[in-house]
Write a protein that binds this ligand. Sequence first.
Ligand code: MF3
Ligand code: CO
Length: 248
Amino acid sequence: MIFVKTEREIDLMREPCAIVRDTLAAVGAAVRPGVSTAELDKIAREYIRARGAEPSCLGYCGYPASICASVNGVVVHGIPSEEIVLKEGDIVSIDLCAYKNGFHGDGARTFAVGAIDAEKQKLLRVTEECFWKGIEHLRAGTPLYDIGAAVQAHAEANGFSVVRAYVGHGIGREMHEDPSVPNYGKRGTGVRLRAGTVICVEPMIGAGVRDVCVDADNWTARMADGRPAAHYENTVVVREDGVEILTI
Ligand code: MF3
Ligand code: CO
C-alpha cells in the first residue's frame, strides 16, 4: 500500500533528509587514501547523532553499522570495517539513512578516492546522470516504470548494466515502504504515482555484468564479475508539476 504524505508529513521529513545530505557531505570530505570504512562509519554516526537523529541502518535487520560503505566491485551493503582501508584509485559508495521527527531520510553518493581511472570516472558520472534521467519526467500521474526505463536506457546506452537484485523504494515512517522502484522496466507501465508520494530513486550501475553475489556476511553485495559499480540515491517527493528532492 502506497502512503501519500500530507504537506505536514513532508515537512517533518525535511529534517532527516537534510541530515542525510549533510552527513553524506561530511563523510565525502573524509574520503581519502588511508582512511578505513570503519572511520567513515564513526564520522557518520557521530554527525547524525549530533543533529539529534538516529542512524536508521544501525540494527536494521541486524545490520551492524550506521552506513553502508561499498568499495569498487561491491555495489551495495558493504559493512564498514577497520580492515577495509581506502587507497588511491578506489571508488566508495556511501549509503545512509537518518531517522528524526518520526520519519526516515535516505541517500547515497559514490566518491572517488584520489585520482581514479577513466572507466570509473565515466561510471560515477553516468550513475548520477541515471538518477537525473529517472526523475526528469516524473510528476503526478507518471507510470512508475517510466523511472526505471529512463535509468536503464541511459546506463545501457553507455555500455553499463543495471543491477536487478536491489531496487529503490517508498520511504516515510518506515525506511522501506511501497512501492518498489526498480531501475529497469517498460515505459508506460506500473502504478501511476500520485502527488505526495515520497520515494527513493537509487540507480545501482555496474561497469560489467548486472549479476550480484552476496558474501557470507549476508550483506556485502558484489558484482559477479568483480568490475566496479556505483550508487547514487535521493529521497524525492512527487509533485503535481515535477519533483522536490529532499536530500540535495
Ligand atoms: N539505505 C539503504 C536503501 O537504500 C538501506 C541500507 S540496508 C541497511 O535502502 F541495512 F543498511 F540499512
Ligand atoms: Co534507499
